[in-house]
Design a protein around this ligand. Structure first.
Ligand SMILES: *Cc1c(COP(=O)(O)O)cnc(C)c1O
Length: 414
């Protein structure tokens, strides 16, 4: 389904022309397609239909309430990494019984809030965290459901792009130490062992590391079962990549078949934690060209979106396609697309060939994931508004931040 398309040259998302949207609501403006969000979710549901499963959307990819609510209504669970994300999921009508809580630094307060809400499980990432969770659960008279995040240490030589599943990074516990940790969990008060978890990295474009990790985790689950520790769920994390430029992301149907073969005859529920692949290509960022600044070496197009609105280029040198919303019938020139923020790192794209004039609108594509959720107020810039398109309906899901909202909570000293 192609929700982004051109009619007489004008870029549309579903049935809405993006130039009129930008005029009406101003820029920078995040715009999402409901159909693209739902299709992405349904692609997961279909691919894993033969395995009892729960798709726990990774909230950090895009934590806007309307998007969380949309996934909640489709039946999704949620993967959270903070008390703030817990509050958002609950505010958006998410089912607390479908929440998994990941992250290496859970505070006691966050644990108490999650226990009070009655989440599905804590993905525990260290021995110290396990002891703290046992203490906190005892204090409040609850039993905390525990799943260890294991680090399967998938071979970095064959899969050099993996960033979180290696021995040397901060996430998870080494898979070799997991049996001892499960025994420890079984011996501590107010804990109940319910599952196992791994998440090996992000923007993965190959399946092999994912199925390798699955094999290592499943072998561990069988070892634990032989010791009498029977798990209810196996969480294989997120990380499936999307196409930003020319990447070929793994085929979900193939991943589904690979896991179906491995889960045949098993009793555990499969959990997945996709973020980027559910929202990334369902959203774009509209921006206006403020100034064209020709130079001897390069030309700059200075736009009204900046690194505070979309941090990925500055943070990871990430690539986003940048297209003119209404292309002009003129020869293209090559531009670096930069924002107004006072940092050399404030760029959105280098060496893009565009036929544009001042005042034109550009769309930064594939901006639905790690876009708005990473936005900041740097340079005292209010955060962008967000729109959700549903066919020809336009829903404002977040107002543009006001200057007074940005200053709220601050005080002068007398
Ligand atoms: C970020 C994260 C995800 C989601 O990753 P994507 O690459 O967006 O799919 C899932 N699980 C955990 C633990 C994460 O930290």
């Amino acid at each position: 389904m192609n929700t982004l398309h051109r009619i007489d040259g004008r870029l549309h998302l579903e049935d809405v022309a993006l130039d009129t949207l930008a005029e009406r609501f101003g820029t920078p403006l995040y715009v999402y397609s409901r159909q693209a969000l739902e299709t992405a979710y349904q692609d997961y549901s279909r691919a894993f239909a033969s395995i009892p499963h729960l798709i726990c959307y990774a909230v950090k990819a895009n934590s806007s309430l309307a998007i969380l609510n949309l996934f909640a209504r489709l039946g999704a669970g949620f993967d959270i990494v903070s008390g703030g994300e817990l509050a958002r999921v609950l505010a958006a009508g998410g089912d607390p019984g479908k929440i998994v809580f990941s992250g290496v630094g859970k505070t006691a307060d966050e644990m108490r809030a999650a226990l009070a809400a009655g989440i599905l499980c804590f993905n525990v990432e260290s021995v110290s965290e396990l002891h703290r969770l046992s203490r906190v659960a005892s204090d409040v008279g609850k039993v905390a459901p525990v799943s260890f995040r294991v680090n399967p240490d998938v071979d970095p030589k064959t899969h050099p792009y993996i960033s979180t599943g290696l021995k040397e990074n901060k996430f998870g516990v080494p898979i070799a130490e997991a049996p001892a940790l499960y025994r420890l969990a079984a011996s501590l008060p107010n804990l109940e062992i319910t599952g196992i978890d791994c998440h090996i990295g992000s923007q993965l474009t190959e399946l092999l590391p994912l199925t390798d990790a699955a094999d290592r985790v499943l072998a561990l689950v069988d070892t634990l079962a032989a010791e009498g520790m029977v798990l209810r769920h196996i969480d294989l994390g997120g990380g499936i990549g999307i196409r930003y430029r020319d990447e070929i992301p793994p085929d979900l149907a193939v991943y589904g078949r690979e896991l179906a073969r491995r889960f045949a005859g098993r009793r555990e529920t499969l959990l997945l934690e996709p973020g980027r692949s559910l929202v990334g290509n369902a959203g774009l960022l509209l921006t206006r060209v403020e100034y064209l600044k020709p130079g001897t070496d390069k030309n700059f197009a200075i736009v009204d979106a900046a690194m505070n609105d979309l941090m990925r280029p500055a943070l990871y040198e990430a690539y986003h396609d940048i297209v003119a919303v209404t292309p002009r019938n003129a020869p293209a020139r090559r531009y670096d697309i930069v924002g107004p923020v006072c940092e050399t790192g404030d760029f959105l794209g280098f060496a893009r060939d565009l036929a544009i004039e001042e005042g034109d609108f550009l769309a930064l594509l594939s901006a639905g994931a790690y876009g708005m959720s990473m936005a900041s107020n740097y340079n005292s810039r209010p955060r962008a508004a967000e729109i959700l398109i549903d066919k020809k309906e336009i829903h404002i899901i977040r107002d543009r931040e006001t200057q007074s909202a940005m200053m709220a909570g601050e005080r002068l000293v007398c």
